[in-house]
Design a protein around this ligand. Sequence first.
Ligand SMILES: Cc1cc2nc3c(=O)[nH]c(=O)nc-3n(C[C@H](O)[C@H](O)[C@H](O)COP(=O)(O)OP(=O)(O)OC[C@H]3O[C@@H](n4cnc5c(N)ncnc54)[C@H](O)[C@@H]3O)c2cc1C
Length: 431
Amino acid sequence: MGAGAGEHRKTLWWSTANRRPQTSAIEADLSVETAVIGGGFTGLTAALHLARRGVRVALLEADEIGAGASGVNAGFVVPNFAKADPASVVARLGKERGERLLMCVGSGADRVFETARTLGLACDAEQTGWLQPAHSSAAADMLRARAAAWSALGRPVSFLSADEVRAQTGMDRYHGALLDASGGTIHPLNYAYGLARSAGDAGALIFENARVDAIERDGARWRLRVAGRSVSAATVVLCSNASMTGAARKLGRNTVPLRVYQIATEPLPKDVVNRIAPDRRPVGDTRANLFTYRLDRDDRLITGGMAIIPIHAHERMARMMAKRLSDELRLPLLRVDFAWRGVAAMTPDFLPHLYEFGPGFIGGVGCNGRGVAMTAMLGEVLANAATGTALADLPVPVASGRGIPFHILAAAAPSFAVAQARWSDRRAEGA
Ligand SMILES: Cc1cc2nc3c(=O)[nH]c(=O)nc-3n(C[C@H](O)[C@H](O)[C@H](O)COP(=O)(O)OP(=O)(O)OC[C@H]3O[C@@H](n4cnc5c(N)ncnc54)[C@H](O)[C@@H]3O)c2cc1C
């Protein structure tokens, strides 16, 4: 399942993208050490790390670089979990494994900005910090504890008072906020293009329109069927996110697909920017039907949301999101210049996972809407796995890969979750 045919071309990012990176069409059979499947952040990062280590690597992308979630996301760089606290991760995985995963996830935003800086990627990277305001006093208590737990792990995370949040957002509904100083924003498509260009410069072969339809064992190697050609590889790294096309099914059936809608408005005047984002910090609050906003380089507002009934929801969602921006931020109704949607992947336990599908055939997924930061780490973890590090020694937990039972029904679960979220927010705010 991709973002939807050509959906990545409707984004603000596509309209403001740098020149596309040089790629190839697969015109002959090929033999490489490692085949990486998927040209999003995860696959591109894995290919970059592998090529830099001198591995002969081919990246195979079914569509175009950035055609999946990596080209349609909102570009919030958030180094934590969407639905887990440090304490709950340690409770689930144990102290040693839990803390390894926490350090990996917590370092994700620093890694994105460091990569952008050191590789000179022109992707509007702004490490201004990420703000998570609390919509209730119970949420404020939860964030205070969460900030203390991240801070105890050495991360630059603090708790802001209600007055400080008002100064940062111009909104007086919040009870405090978590601030992670390592977070920020990027132009996601330009980041993906920059990763692709760097991976190519390091020696990776990058193919577009190269959908992998099947993967079979061939002696001690793997044989991939790709657009009428055959690619032989000693190791295979599957980075296809929630996709269910061709060989990607193996990974996709372990995730719940989540349809997310995005808009970008007309540019805002400077006085409004100074009121709602004086330090240009991206915001994502604690409501179950969460409210998010960020600015792009032209001071457009970008926000996102999910539909209860995701059928013919495109225009309805764009109108609803524009109205929500104006209600929450006390703005006149803004013109929507770009509206698009994409598919994010959730794992059932909301944690990232590795999967071993056979000897030397691994996959990784589980960015749970926080993929920009997480993929910077997951891509490297997958490169380590492909070059011989035992899976048990890696910071991301390994799951069975058998797939979610009744996967087709799981796809409907988010609609119920959105309906329930709106109801529970109303209750929490009324409390
Ligand atoms: C609308 C939206 C908004 C989001 N906003 C944010 C945000 O603000 N911050 C954040 O941190 N995260 C966000 N996310 C999540 C984030 O974008 C993802 O977690 C991340 O991009 C995943 O990267 P990836 O490389 O694993 O997958 P993708 O970018 O989806 O890449 C997978 C690639 O695999 C290719 N592929 C699929 N099947 C095959 C096949 N058979 N053969 C070859 N190639 C194949 C696809 O074409 C695709 O390009 C958002 C997601 C969406 C959809």
